[in-house]
Design a protein around this ligand. Structure first.
Ligand code: ZN
Ligand code: ZN
Length: 403
């Protein structure tokens, strides 16, 4: 091949084509990461056809050099120890800028023998894994570099560099960093996870990180009608083609409209759906009470109540000092909001008693409902009436009551 050919490659000097090539190949990598590594391998929320599993495993090795067992183990550890010193890549602990720009280094540092042993169970250990993927993780990347050079000539070096930067920046940097720093929260999980944007296209739905931390075993990451999870759309398509099967899509709860008593099924269903229950408490109880208080409040209290719903319903972990101060002032000046706020904390504390027996949970929940009804506040009574309609779906009843 002459120097001229090496300069332009097979495709020739075409910037639009090179950009399209980078975006397409990195997008295929994102699909492999979210569907195969994340939803299938780490969380077992999705079954994939063995042929598709092999294809995705190859894509991951060929375009990122990552090993399924290592990625799975580090990610499971992230869920098991989110925002603690043990978390391999928490921006709360290590700093946001460090995770965004150096996320892949934190990922590599997280790969230890202990982590692999504890969290790497159930990952591939076949011949190709032992003799190629795990043993020579850099070979795929080298072949990719040669292909890029053949296709695009010298700008193939830039193309390959972009491929090497693009995936770690988005997957390790943006999702793991920004996904624990900026965005909105649907659910008050015990971590700082955020949904970066409601439309998850760029990283195939991984943007919906708060939803994912709430229901890590759900194959679908979108929960609100206006949210979009591109990864879930691919799963639907693959399910249609009989190449994938989602195993879980969020909490399993049933509502019986005329049910008005609290029993063991109620408590299991409510505990199972606790994050959505707390989100409903924010919308159906705190929001209307804040609005009513705003209507009658004067001067400084009226100003103080701006944004009150958000601070009164946020998890302690994501509150800043001035917001904690705001809560203190609101609850001191508005007895009604203090009642609503205290009841929210009490309801939340019931979930922390999950190690308690079913009877203890039931008793704590009944007491909470009685206290809420005794306030005489209409929205609270309606909320309790709604909770009483919760039950475990018929098929799941026998297993839940014996667990
Ligand atoms: Zn996370
Ligand atoms: Zn996860």
């Amino acid at each position: 091949m002459s120097f001229f050919d090496w300069w332009y490659g097979v495709v020739g000097l075409s910037i639009p084509l090179a950009v399209l090539y980078v975006l397409t190949t990195t997008h295929i990598t994102f699909i492999a990461i979210t569907l195969y590594l994340h939803r299938h391998s780490a969380h077992r929320s999705l079954e994939l056809h063995p042929a598709l599993c092999h294809f995705f495993r190859f894509v991951v090795w060929f375009t990122t050099g990552m090993v399924t067992r290592e990625w799975t183990a580090v990610h499971r550890k992230h869920h098991a120890s989110t925002e603690t010193e043990e978390d391999p890549h928490s921006p709360v602990i290590h700093g946001l800028a460090n995770i965004i720009w150096g996320g892949s280094e934190y990922y590599r540092d997280g790969i230890t023998e202990e982590t692999l042993r504890r969290y790497g169970k159930g990952t591939p250990d076949d011949w190709i894994e032992r003799n190629l993927y795990s043993r020579f993780p850099w070979v795929g990347l080298s072949i990719l570099a040669v292909i890029d050079l053949l296709l695009f000539g010298v700008i193939g070096i830039i193309v390959w560099s972009l491929q090497m930067i693009w995936t770690p920046l988005w997957a390790a940097g943006i999702v793991n960093g920004v996904g624990h720093a900026f965005g909105y929260r649907n659910f008050e999980t015990q971590d700082a996870s955020k949904n970066i944007v409601p439309i998850g296209i760029m990283v195939c739905g991984e943007e919906l990180h708060n939803n994912h931390h709430t229901y890590p075993n759900s194959a679908r990451f979108s929960f609100k009608p206006w949210e979009f999870d591109l990864g879930w759309q691919y799963i639907r398509l693959l399910s249609f083609l009989k190449l994938a099967k989602p195993l879980h899509t969020g909490p399993v709860v049933e509502r019986v409209r005329d049910k008005s008593h609290i029993d063991m099924d109620t408590i299991w269903a409510v505990v199972n759906d606790r994050f959505r229950v707390m989100a409903k408490y924010a919308d159906h109880v705190v929001k209307p009470i804040v609005k009513r208080e705003q209507l009658v409040a004067q001067g400084p209290l009226r100003r103080l109540l701006r944004g009150a719903r958000k601070v009164l319903c946020s998890h302690q972990l994501v509150l800043r000092d001035r917001e904690i101060d705001k809560i203190d002032k609101i609850t001191m000046q508005s007895p009604r909001l203090k009642t609503i706020y205290d009841l929210r904390l009490e309801l939340n504390s019931i979930w922390s008693k999950r190690t308690a027996s079913g009877e203890e949970l039931l008793s704590a929940f009944k007491k909470w409902c009685s206290r809420a009804e005794a306030t005489g506040v209409d929205v609270l009574r309606n909320f309790v009436a709604e909770l009483k309609t919760y039950t475990v779906p018929r098929m799941a009843r026998s297993t839940s009551t014996t667990s």
